[in-house]
Write a protein that binds this ligand. Structure first.
Ligand code: PBG
Length: 343
């Protein structure tokens, strides 16, 4: 019991004692951030030059050559893996997203290029979903104003095998169809790709914070065109931000179906979910600090309204504190560089 406030006495517990010096604060810190906690999402496109993403200052769509430079930097910084997102030429988009199954598509070419240059020195994570490839921008097949579940899963399991065969270490279904993890696991086993990991976007919310990502991919315009076809948003397959128990049910299913790791997304607006998932399942739990979270911080920093470097670091530290084992973040290189200088 403390006696703070009693006349003639003193507080026995002064929590400020442990805050007095930087070394002491570091010594008692419960959470820390290391480059090994960060996964670097990158956009690759089929042009020779890098093209900035307007809504994500500091992020560019890179040619495959640029991806190799990024991989080299990631290895030097100690970032364990890249998450590769292809910006697909609109001429290659189809209603059925068929180009996702082409073993020579951009995602596969980028994976092969990094794998042949860097071997196992860096991990490669690829999204399994159809949105980069569909004319309507949805993650699944669209018919009669609905996103078809089982028909989509039949394509996704093939997409996962195509990516894994190209050399992707971790396939990451981000589509939120029911039953896709079991189907992908079955197809990977059947193809003899038994060591390929599944990182499922298990608790993925229908979020306004994906806006800049959809700009980067060009799927925002495509989704706009889906309005006429009756499904303008992703709320019939991504989760309602109102829900928390449902996130646990999603994670439970994905782990049962064969996911090695699970993800919560977005991160900053779902810290409570990260905590519940980690506490309930004690499984490798990742969080995605998404494009909109990055854009908000960069916009405020760019205007001089907050210290961007500090704010980015803090935003990631608290995602770790909530229970994430790793974080997909566009700040990965900046934060890893800062850690390399200051430790
Ligand atoms: C698509 C996908 C999305 C993101 C990752 N994979 C967007 C969406 O679901 O519309 C978002 C990532 C980000 O915003 O940074 N399956």
């Amino acid at each position: 019991m403390t006696t703070a406030g009693h006349p003639g006495s003193f507080p026995a517990t002064r929590l400020r004692r442990l805050r007095r010096h930087a070394w002491l604060r570091r010594a008692v810190a419960e959470t820390s951030l290391a480059p090994a906690d960060l996964i670097w999402p990158i956009f690759v496109h089929d042009h020779e030059a890098a093209v900035p993403v307007a809504s994500m200052p500091g992020v560019e769509r890179l040619p495959v050559e640029g991806v190799l430079r990024v991989a080299d930097e990631a290895v030097r910084l100690g970032i364990p893996a890249l998450a590769v997102f292809p910006v697909v030429d609109p001429a290659l988009k189809r209603d059925d997203g068929g180009h996702a199954l082409d073993p020579d598509n951009l995602a596969c070419r980028a994976v092969r290029a990094v794998r042949s240059r860097f071997g196992d020195a860096i991990g490669l994570i690829c999204d399994v979903a159809l949105d980069p490839y569909t004319t309507h921008g949805h993650d699944g097949l669209l018919a009669d104003g609905r996103i078809l579940n089982d028909e989509t899963v039949a394509v996704l399991r093939r997409q996962a095998v195509v990516l894994a065969a190209a050399g992707c270490d971790v396939v990451a279904p981000s589509d939120m169809m029911d039953g896709r993890v079991a189907a992908i696991r079955e197809s990977l086993e059947a193809a003899g790709l038994v060591d390929v990991c599944i990182l499922s976007y298990a608790a993925k919310y229908a979020s306004a914070f994906y806006g800049p990502f959809r700009d980067a991919l060009g799927s925002a315009a495509a989704l706009g065109s889906a309005v006429q076809r009756g499904v303008a948003d992703k709320q019939t397959y991504q989760m309602d931000p109102a829900n928390s128990d449902e996130a646990l049910r999603e994670v439970a299913l994905d782990l049962t179906e064969g996911a090695d790791m699970v993800m919560v997304k977005p991160a900053g607006t779902a810290l409570d979910i990260i905590q519940r998932v980690k506490a309930t399942f004690a499984a490798p739990t990742f969080a995605y600090q998404v494009s909109g979270e990055y854009a908000m911080l960069q916009a405020a920093a760019g205007n001089g309204w907050l210290d961007g470097e500090q704010a980015a670091f803090e935003s990631l530290l608290v995602i770790k504190r909530a229970g994430a084992d790793g974080i997909l973040t566009y700040f990965a290189p900046a934060v890893a560089r800062r850690l390399a200088v200051r430790g």
